[in-house]
Ligand binder design. Structure first.
Ligand code: SF4
Length: 490
């Protein structure tokens, strides 16, 4: 049970209307109008969701951003910038080029912030040293609880910070709360959680991955608390999410939840989505780290009523073995949140984009976690993560039992000449099973997994994956990726 703090009455608006734009405007009005949040001459930074080129609702709804920019201008903002760090390995410049973001925001009076400085990478006049200097000048290292986090100066120096957060289901945290939106003000490579000093077994059984990621999320949240938080659930993804997967389904709710305090806005959002607040590990840990987590009854809810708008949403599967996909049979062991999260996205990616590939490769056993079940059907054995690789070294599937070739020839001759069968016992040999694909990591990296999958099956046998890789290379080729890594964009 969460122990609640006695904070002052916080206000949260529940807004409902016919379009996302109307819902946003109504919500701001309910809270007292934009002038309550923006002062004349303010430099505003809007943190939105920019994850993948997949568009809305993987990313924030641009109609909402457009209306918000208009409101900030009416409130007197002198400069409005927007930004976010995408998923690991994707430069902002690439997303901007695909979605035409830079020009689009310019036409509506705002500026897309290239937080990773990737807008400089095709400037041939700049040396690597100059590029590194640009990077140094655009970040400040902020130390929180013994960890260093590089925070873009444009965010630190802004007068007003607004979080516009697209609510979707999330495999690890059930929903993409606004606390998660704040987390992507740091580059993806600094958000990566990996095993540190713990042994893999301890790391797994303590679910240290989840503890570490929550601790990082809360640390980053303290860097710059938003002045206005907008949880947009007008449309949300349910089923599979937070990205557009085969089993993702869009749900229209016509709702947005807004307020000054991110935790209160997240609490009311969970309440509307009929999610038990005591089951929200993120808020539980926030409470244990002395963040102010108010009681629902301490929050003054304005606008629509919670009871009249609460709804059930189909959540993501919480076990990998529950996600069914053609020709892949899952054999789980004990796995932690790290492998769960990565495998969740890999399996959903395969289910969505590799339908033909899975048809071509008929039997695949997917083993995950410490001491997984021995597979019944052999085929290709995929070992996901260090736990699965290391704990199956002596498993039966590692070796194949074969009858010696000499025996087989003798049997064939006997059949041909109708001789009676040899009484000798056939010679049995053991040889290593080569049909094993190891996907290492604690947890594994999805992009690296896809590279290994392609190498293992061969391009011809995974045509969908091959095509997707070619398309990605069109946007980010290997040479460019190396350059970006060189001067630490990615
Ligand atoms: S390999 Fe996977 S299951 Fe094992 S400890 Fe690492 S992240 Fe967890």
């Amino acid at each position: 049970m969460l122990v609640q703090s006695k904070s002052k009455k916080l206000e949260v608006a529940i807004s409902k209307a016919n379009t996302p734009k109307e819902t946003l405007l109504k919500g701001i009005e309910i809270l007292g109008g934009i002038s309550k949040f923006i002062d004349e001459g303010d430099q505003v930074f809007i943190k939105f969701n920019l994850n993948l080129p997949g568009g809305f609702p993987t990313n924030t709804n641009f109609d909402v951003l457009e209306e918000l920019i208009k409101s900030c201008k009416e409130g007197g903002a002198s400069k409005i910038s927007l930004g976010s760090f995408p998923v690991n390995g994707i430069p902002i410049k690439v997303l901007s080029d695909i979605l035409n973001l830079k020009d689009y925001f310019k036409t509506i009076g705002a500026e897309l912030a290239f937080l990773d400085n990737s807008n400089y990478y095709d400037n041939k006049d700049l040396s690597i040293e100059q590029l590194k200097k640009i990077k140094r000048d655009s970040f400040t290292n902020v130390k929180i609880n013994e960890n260093d986090y590089p925070i873009p100066n444009i965010i630190l120096n802004s007068n007003k910070f607004i979080s516009v957060n697209q609510i979707n289901v999330n495999p690890l945290f059930k929903f993409n709360l606004s606390l998660l939106n704040s987390y992507s003000i740091i580059p993806a490579k600094y958000r990566k959680i990996g095993k540190t000093q713990h042994s893999t077994i301890e790391y797994n059984s303590a679910d240290q991955y989840k503890k570490d990621i929550i601790s990082n999320i809360l640390n980053i949240f303290t860097v710059k608390r938003p002045n206005l938080v907008i949880n947009d659930l007008f449309y949300l993804l349910e089923g599979a999410g937070p990205f557009i997967y085969k089993d993702s389904k869009i749900k229209k709710t016509n709702l947005m939840i807004l307020g000054e305090d991110a935790i209160s806005v997240d609490l009311i959002t969970l309440k509307i989505l009929n999610f038990e607040i005591d089951d929200c590990e993120l808020l539980q840990q926030a409470q244990s780290k002395n963040f102010s987590v108010p009681k629902i009854s301490d929050i003054k809810v304005l606008g629509e009523k919670i009871e009249e708008n609460s709804m059930n949403v189909k959540l993501c599967f919480s076990k990998i073995e529950d996600i069914k996909l053609k020709n892949i049979f899952t054999y789980p062991g004990k796995y932690c949140s790290g492998c769960f999260k990565q495998a969740y996205h890999l399996i959903n990616f395969m289910k969505t984009y590799m339908v033909k590939d899975l048809t071509y490769n008929s039997t695949n056993s997917f083993l995950i976690g410490e001491s997984p079940i021995e597979p019944e059907k052999m085929g290709n054995v995929i070992l996901f993560g260090d736990c699965a690789i290391n704990s199956t070294k002596n498993y039966k599937f590692r070796k194949l039992i074969v009858e010696s070739r000499k025996n087989l020839i003798a049997e064939a001759k006997a059949k041909l000449f109708k001789e009676s069968k040899s009484k000798k016992r056939p010679k049995i040999k053991e040889k290593p099973n080569k049909n094993i694909l190891e996907l290492p990591g604690c947890p594994p990296d999805i992009f690296k997994c896809l590279e290994l999958i392609m190498k293992y099956y061969g391009k011809k046998n995974v045509p969908n994956l091959n095509l997707l890789t070619k398309m990605n290379e069109f946007w980010v080729n290997g040479k460019l990726l190396d350059e970006l890594k060189n001067w630490e964009v990615l």
